[in-house]
Design a protein around this ligand. Structure first.
Ligand code: CA
Length: 227
């Protein structure tokens, strides 16, 4: 549970996001303009900000810089600007994650969970554990039953992304967007190849999967095989 400030001028989206997060037990404050949003961030010192990039009184990117000047609060940017270049620019400007509109409630919840887990006081760079698989995010090391696994940077990033949301099915498209930062380009084959390399290193195959389970036509999830 966290305190969240939502800055979004579109009433329908603002109310939806506020309701979804309030239902999850978060303490939500929502504002419709950049200036109110900035005031709310300064006053409430929230643990998370969800920021729409297209605001009536100020460009979201400008507001992002202003918030960053006064606060390290995690920021998830919601944007309709779906070009890679804009996404990268936003992340470079200090956003922690982004949502491309239109986004689903599931996507919103997954992003909020992941950002809070990454930045939360308890989970900051701490190891992620799924069964006997332990991923030390800070050290970028993975161990299976205590033995280090030799992973390439991308393999590590895929495993980490899945381990941050154990049991959740993640689509190849989402992995391309998150790990390869290619929300609209890229080949799903790339993901297939990395998943198959990861399987080999985890001592399993597609036919006899343990940790990495493919959900046909949907994606892949990381599970504790002993559960
Ligand atoms: Ca807007």
């Amino acid at each position: 549970m966290a305190s969240v400030v939502i800055i979004e001028d579109e009433q329908r989206i603002r109310e939806l996001v506020a309701r979804v997060l309030a239902d999850r037990g978060h303490d939500v404050e929502s504002t419709a303009t950049a200036m109110e949003g900035l005031q709310a961030v300064v006053r409430a010192s929230p643990e998370l900000v969800i920021l729409d990039m297209g605001l009536p009184d100020l460009d979201g990117a400008e507001l992002l810089k202003m918030i960053r000047a006064v606060s390290d609060v995690p920021i998830i940017v919601a944007t309709a600007r779906n070009e890679d270049r804009d996404v990268i620019r936003t992340l470079d400007a200090g956003a922690d994650d982004y949502l491309v509109k239109p986004f689903s409630v599931d996507q919103l919840e997954a992003r909020v969970r992941a950002v809070l887990r990454r930045t939360g006081s308890e989970g900051r760079d701490g190891p992620l554990a799924v069964g006997d698989l332990v991923i030390d995010v800070g050290a970028r090391e993975a161990r299976l039953s205590g033995k280090p696994i030799d992973l390439s940077p991308k393999e590590f990033d895929v495993l980490r992304f899945l381990a941050e949301r154990p049991g959740d099915v993640v689509s190849k498209r989402e992995l391309l967007a998150e790990v390869w930062r290619q929300p609209y380009g890229g080949s799903e084959k790339t993901v297939d190849v990395h998943i198959s390399w990861l399987r080999k290193k985890l001592g399993e195959t597609a036919a006899e999967s343990k940790y990495l389970q493919t959900v046909f036509g949907v994606g892949v999830k990381l599970v504790d095989p002993d559960e």
